[in-house]
Design a protein around this ligand. Structure first.
Ligand SMILES: Cc1ncc(COP(=O)(O)O)c(C=O)c1O
Length: 417
C-alpha cells in the first residue's frame, strides 16, 4: 500500500497541543506550528483498525499484555536493530519522561549529581531539578565553533553543514569525577541536534560511566528515525557490562505518531536495578497501561514496518528540500544536517543572534512557531528547532513565510539614500 504523506489533515479542534493551544502558550493564533515533536500524519492503517476494533467492542476495562505483544516487540527490535531482549527485562510505562523521572528517583538520592548533555530535550533538566538532584551539564560542542566568533557579517559560514556536534569526552569524564555524578541521561539519537551517535562514541561514554560507577538512562525514543548513511546502535547491545548499568527507554510514540496513547517500553537487564525502578513506579501508584495504547503499540510493531519505511523516504525528501531552500533562499542561516530524528537544528546567529528579538520575529513577522534554542539550555542560544514531520506543502509555506520576513528585516537594515 502506498501512503500519502502529502495529504494535509486539519488538526484544529482535535485538542492537539500543537494546533489548539496557541492562546494558552501565549502564542499568536495565526502562527504556523512546527514545534512540539509529534507528526501531522495519520498512523498506519493497521493501527487505526486495531483501535477501531477495540472501540467497537466498547468495553475498556483494566488490561495487560500477553505473549503476542511481546512477540511484536521482539520482531521489531530484532529486524530493525539486530537486538533482542529477555521478556522479564520489560517494564511498561505511560511515557518516556515518566520513566526517566522514576529512574532518577530510583537510582539517586536528593542532592546527587545527574549529568545531561545540552542542548538537549528540556524535560531532562526539568526532571532532574524537580526531583532536587544536582544538574551537571556536559555541553556538546560544535567542532571548530568557538561560540563568539560567529557574527552577522560572517559570510564564510556555509548555509548547510554536516552535523559537526560531538562529545567533549575529557570534560565528560572530568565532570563525572569532580561532581561525583551518579547517573547520566543519554539522548540517542539526540534531540535537538540530530546526532546519531556512533557505536564508538557510545562505547566511550559507556566505558567512562563503567569506570566511575555511573548508571545510564538511554532515551532512544527517536531510534527509528535515522537518515541514509547512519546507523542507530541500541546502547545495551554494545556489551553485557554496559547493559547491566543501563535503563533503556523506547516507545512507539514518536515512530508511529502515538504520543497521545501513552505507551513506553523500558528494558532493564539488571534485576536489582529493575526492581528498584518498579518499586518507584509502584510508589507513584501507577500500574496499568491503557487498552488503546497496548493495542496500538502491538499493531504498530507487527504491521508498521512498510509505513515507516515510506515515511522515512518522505522525511528524507523534506530534509533535502529544506536544505536546498536554505542554501538557495536564506543562506544567512545555517542548517546543521541531522543524522536522525525529524527535528532540524537551525543556527540563526549570523542573521539574528538575539534570542528575545528572534522569538518575537518568528512569531510576529514570520508567523511560524518553532521551539527556540534556549529552551534546550544556554547552549541553544541563537538556534531554533523546526519539526519537519509535516506535509511538504506545509514546510514550504513555513519557509516561504520565513524568507519573506527575513527579506523585510534585511531591507529595513539597508542604509537610506
Ligand atoms: C528525547 C525525547 N524523550 C522523550 C520524549 C517524550 O516522551 P514521552 O511522551 O513518552 O514522555 C520526547 C518527545 O519529544 C523526546 O524528544
Amino acid at each position: 500500500m502506498k501512503y500519502d504523506f502529502d495529504r494535509v489533515i486539519d488538526r484544529r479542534n482535535t485538542n492537539s497541543l500543537k494546533f489548539d493551544f496557541a492562546c494558552e502558550f501565549g502564542k499568536p493564533e495565526d502562527a504556523l506550528p512546527l514545534w512540539v515533536a509529534d507528526m501531522d500524519f495519520q498512523a498506519p492503517i493497521e493501527v487505526i483498525n486495531a483501535l477501531k476494533e477495540t472501540a467497537d467492542h466498547g468495553i475498556f476495562g483494566y488490561s495487560g499484555h500477553k505473549e503476542d505483544y511481546l512477540q511484536a516487540l521482539h520482531k521489531w527490535f530484532r529486524e530493525r536493530f539486530a537486538w533482542d531482549f529477555a521478556d522479564e527485562t520489560l517494564v511498561k510505562a505511560p511515557g518516556v519522561v515518566f520513566a526517566i523521572a522514576n529512574a532518577v528517583r530510583a537510582c539517586t538520592q536528593e542532592g546527587d549529581s545527574v549529568l545531561i548533555q545540552q542542548p538537549v530535550y528540556y524535560p531532562f533538566a526539568g526532571v532532574v531539578r524537580d526531583n532536587n538532584r544536582k544538574l551537571v551539564i556536559n555541553s556538546l560542542v560544535r567542532n571548530g565553533d568557538s561560540r563568539n566568533d560567529i557574527s552577522k557579517n560572517d559570510t564564510a559560514q556555509a548555509s548547510v553543514v554536516d552535523n559537526d556536534y560531538s562529545v567533549d569526552f575529557a570534560a565528560f569524564e572530568r565532570q563525572i569525577v569532580e561532581e561525583q555524578v551518579r547517573l547520566f541521561i543519554l539522548c540517542s539519537p539526540h534531540n535537538p541536534i540530530g546526532r546519531v551517535w556512533s557505536a564508538e562514541e557510545l562505547r566511550r561514554m559507556g566505558e567512562i560511566c563503567l569506570r566511575h560507577n555511573v548508571l545510564i538512562i538511554s532515551d532512544e525514543i527517536h531510534a527509528d528515525f535515522v537518515y541514509r548513511g547512519n546507523k542507530h546502535t541500541i546502547f545495551p547491545s554494545l556489551a553485557p557490562e554496559l547493559a547491566e548499568i543501563t535503563i533503556l527507554c523506547t516507545a512507539p510514540s514518536k515512530t508511529f505518531n502515538l504520543a497521545g496513547l501513552q505507551v513506553a517500553n523500558i528494558f532493564i537487564s539488571n534485576s536489582s536495578l529493575r526492581q528498584k525502578f518498579e518499586t518507584e513506579i509502584n510508589r507513584s501508584g501507577y500500574s496499568l497501561l491503557s487498552v488503546m495504547g497496548l493495542r496500538a503499540c502491538q499493531a504498530a510493531y507487527e504491521y508498521g514496518a512498510d509505513w515507516l519505511d515510506q515515511l522515512l523516504d518522505y522525511l528524507q525528501g523534506n530534509l533535502l528540500w529544506l536544505e536546498q531552500f536554505v542554501r538557495d533562499e536564506i543562506p544567512q542561516i545555517t542548517l546543521i544536517r541531522p543524522q536522525g530524528t525529524y527535528l532540524v537544528w537551525l543556527d540563526f546567529r549570523r542573521f539574528m543572534p538575539d534570542d528575545n528579538q528572534r522569538r518575537k520575529f518568528m512569531l510576529d513577522e514570520a508567523k511560524i512557531w518553532l521551539d527556540d534554542g534556549p529552551m534546550f539550555g544556554t547552549e541553544g542560544s541563537g538556534y531554533e528547532r523546526i519539526n519537519i514531520a509535516c506535509p511538504r506543502s506545509v514546510l514550504e509555506q513555513a519557509m516561504h513565510q520565513l524568507k519573506r520576513a527575513m527579506e523585510n528585516v534585511s531591507s529595513h537594515d539597508l542604509p537610506l539614500c
